[in-house]
Design a protein around this ligand. Structure first.
Ligand code: GDP
Length: 358
């Protein structure tokens, strides 16, 4: 499933946010791996459509799409020279699809800032510098091997890879991330560069700053074209203690329409070009994560590789049509159920049943 690494300086609210994201999670029972590592949490993607689907199909349980959050130890200045940013850090972050930087924008005299006072831009620069320095080390370690591979002429792609790595090294030296370097990232894949991953910025704000549009615009501009999420980790940790309706009321009283988790999920899906489709039956109503633009067989493959291999066709009803008609048979009778073949491109909210050979 989609995996997002949470990084940031110490004392910015990472643990508070991570705990809020993962704590109240009813998924733990369904996903035993959720508790294997204390710093990894599997979170269900909030999706009100699933409740509705479960009603239509009489489903016994709901399984939302999932996102894995990995809480990565605090980065400090000099981290890439070994202060805290060891192999464990790299191993944790290497396999994530995106990096979520938690940036402190709240002021609180009781919470020490590692570099003095609150200063989002300086903190962003500190973190990016450390990630870039870590990547430069990775590149410098890889170059001798890549040069040797070119000399040995074993792999016809080796010169292209070497050229790409040299180009990215130059950019990293200028302080530009691999993601923004313009270098073909597919050629860099084997290096697992940290800055080749998309970044998502979470600004941890004071409660009363949440509605400050001018501040939000200013902070958004600091990180554009990367996306920004605005929340208060402290409020998030209070929200999880409340029943849904009271949590929504608290959010709305602060001028917010959705929780930090919901925002993060939305921005995460958007940044990574993901969407979901739905399946339902008496056993479960379920959301599955696919790439935007995925075809019906590719979507089937997310359930099981056999479904993709033996794909025949898919019966598709859009969620809105299904709800309007009230059931699959009613949707069929109304001509709202479509038989789609292997070239069909999945749309967000498709409710699907696959037909396949085994
Ligand atoms: P981490 O080191 O980045 O994991 O930071 P923590 O989550 O441990 O938070 C550090 C301190 O800041 C704790 O005392 C938190 O209670 C406090 N804190 C976290 N988020 C907020 C916030 O949104 N507002 C305020 N005022 N304090 C916060």
């Amino acid at each position: 499933s989609l995996s997002i690494g949470i990084v940031g300086l110490p004392n910015v609210g990472k643990s508070t946010l991570f705990n809020a994201l993962t704590k109240n999670d009813a998924l733990a029972a369904n996903y035993p791996f959720a508790t294997i590592e204390p710093n990894v949490g599997v979170v269900g993607v909030p999706d009100p459509r699933l409740q509705k689907l479960a009603e239509v199909f009489g489903s016994a349980r709901i399984l939302p799409a999932t996102i894995e959050f990995v809480d990565i130890a605090g980065i400090v200045k000099g981290a890439s020279e070994g202060q805290g940013l060891g192999n464990k850090f790299l191993a944790n972050i290497r396999d994530t699809d995106a990096i979520c930087q938690v940036i402190r924008a709240f002021d609180d005299p009781d919470v020490t800032h590692v570099d003095g006072e609150t200063n989002p831009l300086r903190d962003i620069e500190t973190i990016n510098t450390e990630l870039i320095l870590a990547d430069l080390q990775t590149v410098e370690r890889a170059l001798p091997r890549l040069e040797k591979e070119v000399k040995l002429k074993k792999d016809k792609d080796a010169p292209l890879v070497l050229e790409a790595v040299q180009a990215v090294q130059e950019k990293l030296n200028e302080g530009v991330t691999a993601y923004a370097s313009g270098v073909d990232l597919t050629l860099l894949r084997e290096l697992h560069l940290l800055t080749a991953k998309p970044f998502i910025y979470v600004f941890n704000l004071d409660e009363d700053e949440l509605v400050d549009e001018a501040l939000r615009d200013k902070l958004s501009a600091l990180v554009a074209p990367a996306k920004a999420v605005f929340l208060s980790a402290k409020i998030e940790s209070e929200l999880i203690e409340l029943p849904d309706d009271e949590a929504l009321e608290l959010l709305q009283s602060m001028g917010q329409e959705e929780s930090g988790l919901a925002q993060l999920v939305r921005v995460g899906f958007d940044t990574l070009g993901l969407q979901t489709y739905l399946t339902a039956g008496p056993k479960e109503a379920r959301a599955w994560t696919i790439d935007k633009g995925a075809t019906a067989p590719e979507a089937a493959g997310v359930i099981h590789t056999d479904f993709q291999r033996g794909f025949i066709k898919a019966e598709v009803v859009s969620f809105d049509d299904l709800v309007a008609e009230g059931s699959i048979p009613a949707a069929r009778a109304a001509g709202k159920a479509r038989m789609e073949g292997k070239d069909y491109v999945m749309q967000d909210g498709d409710v699907v049943e696959f037909r396949f050979n085994v």
